[in-house]
Write a protein that binds this ligand. Structure first.
Ligand code: PRP
Length: 210
């Protein structure tokens, strides 16, 4: 049985659909239930739903052989896993945003609110800009409105949250999408099964390429 960690939520449903089309369905998974673990012995797969930001932890520690995590999480936490495939789902951008009309005063330390402290630190270190990180867990957009910080580093998908809070993107950092990841020892010991899924998922992803 191959253990597969899927990110709970809308992205997870798109990801499961990709696995099902690739030949690894588990119809019980779409039933409206609070169950979190589902098996299809015929396809030799066991799926479980976890919080999107936790997928890499399950895979890194081997509780899951493979899983699907956002590139944002992989960049932020740098888990010891193999990144096997860009599924091209859940596309968005990691960006710096600020209130309209913001001008950076280079004489002052820039105050940055974010859930992605490492990504922000690496980005500004590469720019040679001094910053003060304010680590928050959500609703990041509020920080510059209330004067807690000057800018935010966050994910922008449709841009609606920024628009509705009168913020705008001032710099883009990196494109983000969902990635297939594998536990390092599972990739050695269950290589045939993982490569079989990888090949089918790659084919499905190419067919859905836009
Ligand atoms: C994410 C992100 C932005 C929003 C961007 O928040 O942090 O707030 O989505 O999406 P948009 O460009 O389509 O508006 P999430 O929904 O994860 O909630 P959070 O505030 O708890 O981080």
């Amino acid at each position: 049985m191959l253990n597969i960690a899927l990110p709970k939520g809308r992205l997870g449903e798109q990801v499961y659909d990709r696995f099902a089309r690739a030949g690894f369905p588990c119809p019980a998974l779409l039933e409206d239930t609070r169950k979190l673990i589902f098996e299809n012995p015929d396809a030799m797969v066991r799926y479980f739903w976890v919080k999107p930001s936790d997928v890499a932890i399950y895979v890194e520690r081997g509780a899951a052989d493979i899983g699907v995590a956002g590139k944002d999480i992989l960049l932020e936490y740098a888990p010891e896993v193999y990144e096997l495939l860009d599924l091209e789902l859940g596309r968005c951008t990691m960006a710096v945003a600020a209130p309209s009309g913001f001008r950076d005063d280079m004489r002052r330390t820039l105050r940055v609110a974010t859930k992605f402290s490492h990504i922000a630190e690496d980005y500004y270190a590469a720019c040679g800009r001094d910053i003060d990180i304010v680590h928050l867990n959500g609703s990041i957009e509020i920080a510059p409105i209330l004067g807690l910080t000057d800018v935010i580093v966050d994910i922008v998908e449709t841009g609606a949250t920024l628009r509705e809070n009168r913020l705008e993107v001032i710099e883009t950092i990196v494109p983000i999408s969902a990635r297939l990841i594998a536990n390092k020892s599972s990739f050695q010991f269950k290589r045939t099964q993982i490569e079989c899924i990888l090949t089918q998922l790659r084919k499905e992803t190419e067919e859905n390429h836009d």
